[in-house]
Each structure stands twice: as C-alpha cells, then as structure tokens.
Design a binder for this molecule. Structure first.
Ligand code: NAG
Length: 228
C-alpha cells in the first residue's frame, strides 16, 4: 500500500469516528429545521389553523400545500418580512415559498415572486390572516385569503366563502424563538413531536446548530404578533 492511499484511509477512519460520535446524540430533522432560524436570524415556526380538528399549514416538496393535524417537518415554516405588513412564507424542508396564483389556488414554488407576498393582519382573537397582495377580486375589491377547509385541504382564495371572519382563514403563529431576550409567554407542548416517517431527502447536516441536545419542546404563542 502506498503512502498517500494509507493516509487517505486514515483520514477516512477519523472521519467515520467523528460521524459516529456526533451521531450518538440524535437530533431530529424537525429540530434541525426549526434551528435554522437561529442561524439566519429569521423566525421559524408553524401556522396553526383552528378550523376543524385544527391543522398546521404544511408545504410539500412537490409544491402541494395542505394542513396536517400533527406537526411535522413539512409544517416547519419560515416567515419573513417583505415590507410593512407584508410577509413571505417558506417551507423550510421543501425550500419552497407559499404562493397564490391568479385563480386563487394555493401552492408552493421555488422562486419568490409577487404571488408569494401576503398581507398579514391581526384578528380580534389573536389569530392572523394572510391575504394575497397581488391577487384579489378586482371587480369587488374582495381580498383572497390563505385558508384551509375543515378536512385540512387548501381552499381557493377566490372562493366567496373564504372570508376573514371565518376560522378557515385564521392562523396562529406558533414560533420557536431562539433569542432569550424576546418577550412573550411559553407553553410546553403536550405531545412530543417526532418525525415518524423517514424523510425523503434529509438535508445535508447543518453546522452544529443544536449541539446534540434536544431542545425542550417549548412553543411560544404570540398574541398579536406580526412578522412584517
Ligand atoms: C395532504 O397532502 C398529502 C400529500 O398529497 C396527503 O398525503 C395528505 O393526506 C393530505 N392531508 C390532508 C389533511 O388532506
């Protein structure tokens, strides 16, 4: 065996050892995704709609959008301010932006466009609504809202039944905040969140974001919180 080859093997051995050590403390994909916010300074969390049994908005890698009762990797979202009162919503796992097309259909796309801008407003009940900035009923001026139906399917924003007074359009931001200086109150999540199915394509391991320790499942509720 020549010297360079043995050196290479040695390096591989060290590499394997290092992987095994870090792998001994399991960091779930969800924790990794939620932890991304602490790297970027942006906010990650979930948007919980209280329609039906309650659903978290989720963005699939193929661009489909619907709700999931149980929180999972696909429901980890990043909300970021675009301008005053206007936000973008990105599925952290799918790396796609929530969008509403000219027909009022919700989907998620890879490139951020005008279709991805949503006006965020507070409701009396501390839920927020998200209305397309770009598309609305131009004749009546009625806005088109992000909404889920009681079975957790995405509704057409253009549907006359999708109104800001209806629970289908009410979303509670459940944020996972990384800065201790923020104000707000915390509630510990009852059910432990875990990823049940193997994710189709786990992202490359991030920098040491969680240092191997599983964070306590603490959810921050932000009444009247706005991103934009
Ligand atoms: C959401 O979409 C996924 C993928 O199409 C599907 O498997 C799931 O059943 C849907 N959930 C609901 C509540 O419709």
């Amino acid at each position: 065996m020549n010297v360079p080859l043995s050196l290479l093997l040695f390096a591989q051995l060290i590499g394997t050892a290092a992987t095994t050590t870090t792998g001994s403390e399991y960091v779930s994909l969800e924790d990794q995704l939620l932890g991304e916010g602490s790297l970027t300074g942006r906010r990650t969390g979930r948007l919980y709609c209280r329609v039906g049994i309650g659903f978290h908005l989720q963005i699939h890698p193929d661009g489909r959008v619907n709700g999931t009762h149980e929180p999972n990797s696909l429901s980890v979202l990043e909300l970021f301010a675009v301008s005053q009162g206007v936000v973008g919503i990105r599925g952290v796992f799918s790396n796609r932006f929530l969008a509403m097309n000219r027909r009022g259909r919700l989907h998620a796309i890879e490139k951020f466009t005008e279709d991805c801008k949503f006006r965020e407003r507070f409701q009396e009940n501390s839920y927020n609504t998200y209305a397309s900035v770009t598309h609305k009923n131009h004749r009546t001026g009625r806005e088109w809202f992000v909404a889920l139906n009681k079975r957790g399917k995405a509704k057409m924003g253009s549907s006359p039944r999708v109104k800001s007074q209806h629970v289908s359009t009410h979303f509670l931001p459940r944020l996972y905040l990384h800065e201790k200086t923020e104000q707000g109150f915390t509630i510990t999540d009852r059910h432990k969140e875990r990823t049940k199915q193997a994710p189709p394509k786990p992202p490359a391991p991030k920098r040491a974001i969680n240092t191997g320790h599983k964070r306590p499942q603490t959810v921050k509720y932000w009444p009247k919180f706005r991103f934009g």
